[in-house]
Design a protein around this ligand. Structure first.
Ligand code: BGC
Length: 917
């Protein structure tokens, strides 16, 4: 009786709440190709996404209507529409493809959307958004590449080049857009002001195949008399690249290409183009190089060089350079920007007497310096990640990268210096030759990276785990510099495919990486060899060179071709990336299949693989238990990528391939089991990596899973620590959770001695290290290849989000359309707050244990659903918002071995129940 009364009052309460607090569902955050109001895009059928915002629960979109027009007025008055979908019955609110008429170059269109919910209520039209096309018709590239007569013959850093011209506008301007690119990196100025705040434009692509151009709206920067100027430096195109001391990898001569389109209010247009009338000169940037730094002599500044009236008589005429314009593409990824400024925390005089500033955080970017002194005074800024064990400035691990900026003062007041076309990976700055007394205020650390927006956060009750999460996120920021790099400081900084692959899922939790990877994968596909082999680094600066790194086709590295598009599909529901990368993926899988031959084992000893790179003690070949046979790894990865390709063929309807890859996968699995698994479930490489790989890729026959899992767990117990390298580590804890051994996963996570994730933190690390023992407990630093900022081992982040936090993608319903909440509390943690900004809106999975009560709050965004597992809960003990679970939930509730399972619509839910001891 009591329960019935309670039940009724609950229902009443719920209905009161719903009837009085209805706020109309709003449509927000319209994005086109993952961007807000992008201009200069060349995706011909852009995809449109929006979010629903509502304070009701269980909000579902059942239909949408999109309309597109060439002006806001037409859009809102519903006249002269370019495209209207009318009402489409669909719950899709993410990546809806524009299917209107083909758009023209530089055409801007406005769009808005409204939706119907499952109660057939229609929303208001959203606020209009827009997108604008770039140059689609190659014939519109009428400007010429202009260059100085400066062709590199020596392997050294060069002065940057300055280009300029002047022009008049005689009528009233309606709008003006500039398209610009360069061979080398550029900065563009109009009437003395920098255009936009992007850095390292035009970005880093396989320059011989794809060269990005940017579009900027400069309407408000133009006057009657104008000067346009651009600065061009070596960058990746002509600077020092790779660890073999190469220069001018993509070309020996820098160049600039500019088109400025002006639309006047009278309907006429005018175009200002780079041509032989422009002039060029060297200036204060005497040397500029990505690895080595910038040498700037302020005495050579040319005041007003990008303004009208500047005397350029001494400047030289430019020459026209013949270079393809067919390779010009609009950028898809986010530009690099200066994102944050950090003030130094300490000023140190080292035992050697060096003056060093400590930012307290390993960052990527440079130092802005304020300085006063005499004309000709020279200050050098050197950059390092660490101090050595004696506390002195340490740069050995930068190898040949000089990482030094040198500034010569012009004198006469305060001067501010920032370099242009270089970046450094550093926490410490050594200042040499500073006139006067250096104070903390004179130097600011400028943090730069691709402007990926933050999406994920993970905060627990343990400050050390929080520091680990911070190190992972910094590792990502520091290594997302237009391409995913292995490291940001030494003479390497290359787009290593393996590192990118193992980290990609963690990356997609931390930041919005959809368009960042979309861009990079295009270069991966273009650099791929004809036989399908994928290069070790992208852009490929290694093929054709010497040594094993020139070879490519390495297991776990080349699989980036399949795994990263899959990650993007999983995280954003993006099918187009699967379609666009399909040939590339197929090429790679077919290549592996050919390599493996009739027995389906990829075991050619002559084929180079990196294997489980940098596994614990792998340099001791007889070390029992950490070296995983490379052919086992290669065959396992061949299987994994083939299974993904099979799934992808199904998803995008490549029916002709479905059976082929299904049976190829089956054959590889059979061969794997026969070759590497004993009838008792033991693997021939009896290592953590082998078990983690075989168990997580589903390569162990069902009847042996328990036995293999026991071997796996026993190995971890025997060592008491991890022994894995680049390929095993990302799978280590997720596989332990999969076999029900969270206890061991937490043991590995919480370990503070070497080898572990927390050991570097005990040594003061603020980023993820390349090796488990990059720095020894006594402070000694391994010489040679050794970075303090490699994100690969940060791949543990995926397990933190998905298991400790319990916020997971449903592979069958990706992009968070259906969310899986399944937290695995443990390891002594008393809380974990996990949030993720999905394309549908904010998802939350926050748990805490208070007074032996497990409290769990989840937020499911509108137009999504979720399945939640309440760990170790008993159905009759669970409270929802402090009241017992009611019938409406009972219908969908399941008591499982792991706890209670519920299906939820959108909304925020607070569960609590007694914590099982
Ligand atoms: C890089 C790596 C890369 C590896 C290949 C190193 O030089 O820094 O992170 O994956 O080579 O094994």
């Amino acid at each position: 009786m009591r329960t019935t009364i309670q039940h009724f009052s609950f229902i009443l309460l719920i209905s009161l709440i719903t009837s009085f607090s209805i706020k109309k569902t709003e449509i927000l955050n319209l994005v086109t190709e993952y961007k807000t109001n992008p201009i200069g895009i060349d995706v011909q059928k852009p995809r449109l996404s929006w979010q629903l915002n509502s304070d009701e629960k269980n909000v579902k979109q059942t239909a949408y209507e999109i309309r597109v027009a060439d002006s806001k007025e037409n859009l809102e008055s519903d006249k002269n529409l370019i495209w209207s979908t009318l009402k489409v019955e669909s719950d899709q609110s993410v990546n809806v493809v524009y299917k209107g008429p083909a758009l023209n170059s530089m055409q801007r269109v406005y769009w808005q959307v409204r939706i119907w919910d499952d109660k057939d209520r229609v929303s208001k039209w959203s606020i209009p958004a827009y997108w604008e096309m770039g140059i689609l018709d190659k014939a519109l590239w009428t400007a010429s590449y202009i260059a100085m007569n400066d062709i590199t013959t020596e392997k050294k850093s060069h002065p940057s080049q300055y280009f300029r011209t002047e022009f008049k506008t005689e009528k009233t301007i309606n709008s003006a857009k500039v398209q610009i690119t360069s061979l080398g990196l550029y900065e563009l100025y109009l009437n003395g002001e920098k255009v936009g705040n992007d850095l390292f434009t035009p970005g880093y692509t396989s320059y011989n195949k794809r060269l990005q151009y940017q579009t900027y709206d400069v309407t408000h920067m133009l006057k009657a008399n104008n000067a346009i100027g651009a600065l061009v430096g070596d960058g990746w195109y002509r600077g020092n690249i790779g660890w073999k001391g190469d220069y001018a990898f993509y070309g020996k001569q820098l160049a600039l290409l500019v088109q400025l389109h002006i639309n006047y209010t009278d309907g006429t247009t005018e175009t200002i183009l780079t041509n032989e009338d422009w002039k060029a000169s060297y200036g204060p940037i005497l040397e500029s190089d990505m690895y080595n730094g910038e040498k700037y002599d302020a005495r050579l500044e040319m005041d007003g060089w990008a303004k009208t009236g500047f005397d350029d008589n001494s400047w030289k005429k430019v020459e026209i350079l013949k270079h393809s314009k067919d390779i010009l593409v609009a950028p898809q990824g986010p530009p690099v920007k200066a994102i944050e400024e950090i003030k130094p925390k300490k000023l140190i005089t080292t035992p050697k007497g060096e003056i060093v500033l400590d930012l307290g955080q390993n960052i990527v970017g440079w130092a802005r310096m304020k300085v006063k002194g005499k004309k000709g005074d020279q200050v050098s800024l050197k950059f390092a990640e660490v101090l050595d064990k004696d506390g002195n400035f340490y740069t050995t691990n930068l190898r040949a990268a000089k990482a030094t900026d040198i500034y010569t003062l012009k004198g006469g007041g305060e001067e501010v210096f920032e370099p242009h076309f270089t970046s450094h990976g550093f926490r410490f700055i050594q200042v040499i030759g500073y006139p006067g007394t250096l104070s903390l205020n004179d130097i600011t650390g400028i943090v730069i990276h691709s402007a990926i927006s933050p999406t994920g956060s993970f905060v627990t009750s343990d400050p050390m785990i929080n520091q680990l999460q911070s190190n992972i996120q910094w590792g990502q920021k520091d290594n997302f510099l237009d391409i995913p790099t292995d490291c940001p400081q030494r003479d390497e900084r290359a787009g290593w495919t393996g590192d990118a692959q193992v980290f990609s899922m963690t990356a997609a939790y931390n930041f919005d990486v959809a368009s960042f990877y979309t861009k990079w994968l295009k270069d991966l596909a273009l650099d791929q060899h004809e036989n399908g082999s994928v290069t070790n680094v992208v852009p490929d600066i290694l093929t054709g060179g010497e040594g094993v790194s020139a070879k490519g086709g390495a297991t776990g590295w080349a699989d980036a071709a399949v795994i990263i598009p899959w990650t993007v599909y999983q995280s954003y529901g993006d099918k187009r990336i699967l379609e666009e990368q399909y040939d590339s993926m197929k090429g790679w899988v077919d290549y592996m299949s050919k390599q493996s031959g009739n027995d389906y084992l990829w075991n050619d000893p002559k084929h180079w693989h990196w294997g489980d790179w940098l596994a614990y003690n792998a340099d001791k070949p007889d070390y029992n238990g950490s070296v995983t046979e490379k052919d086992l790894i290669a065959t396992a990865y061949a299987y994994y990528s083939t299974t993904l390709l099979h799934k992808i063929a199904v998803i995008i309807g490549k029916t002709e391939d479905v059976e082929k890859y299904e049976s190829l996968a089956k054959n590889i699995k059979t061969a794997f089991i026969k070759e590497y698994t004993t009838p008792n479930g033991r693997l021939v490489s009896h290592t953590q990596t082998a078990y983690a790989m075989a168990l997580s890729f589903d390569l162990i026959p069902k009847n042996l899973i328990e036995k293999s899992a026991a071997y796996y767990a026993a190995d971890i117990e025997k060592f008491g620590h991890l022994t894995t390298g680049f390929l095993g580590t990302p799978l280590l804890c997720t596989t332990l959770s999969k076999i029900g051994r969270d206890d061991l996963a937490f043991m590995l996570l919480n370990r503070k001695e070497f080898p572990s994730w927390l050991y570097p933190i005990t040594m003061g690390a603020t980023t993820i290290w390349e090796r488990w023992d990059t720095q020894k407990p006594d402070g000694t630093i391994i010489e040679g290849m050794n970075s303090f900022n490699h994100y690969s081992y940060g791949a543990i982040g995926e397990w933190l989000y998905t298991h400790v936090g319990g916020l997971r993608i449903d592979p069958e319903n990706p992009g968070y359309k259906h969310i899986i909440f399944d937290p695995h509390p443990g390891g002594g943690l008393t809380s974990a707050n996990t949030e993720f900004l999905s394309l549908y809106g904010k998802i939350k999975s926050n748990w805490k244990i208070i007074d032996r009560t497990f409290q769990y709050e989840v937020t499911v965004p509108p137009n999504t659903t979720a399945t939640v597992t309440l760990p170790n809960a008993k159905a009759d003990e669970v409270l929802l918002n402090d009241a017992k679970l009611k019938n409406e939930f009972h219908k969908i509730m399941k008591q499982t071995d792991d706890g209670v399972q519920l299906k939820l619509g959108s909304g925020t839910y607070k569960f609590s129940y007694p914590q099982k001891s």
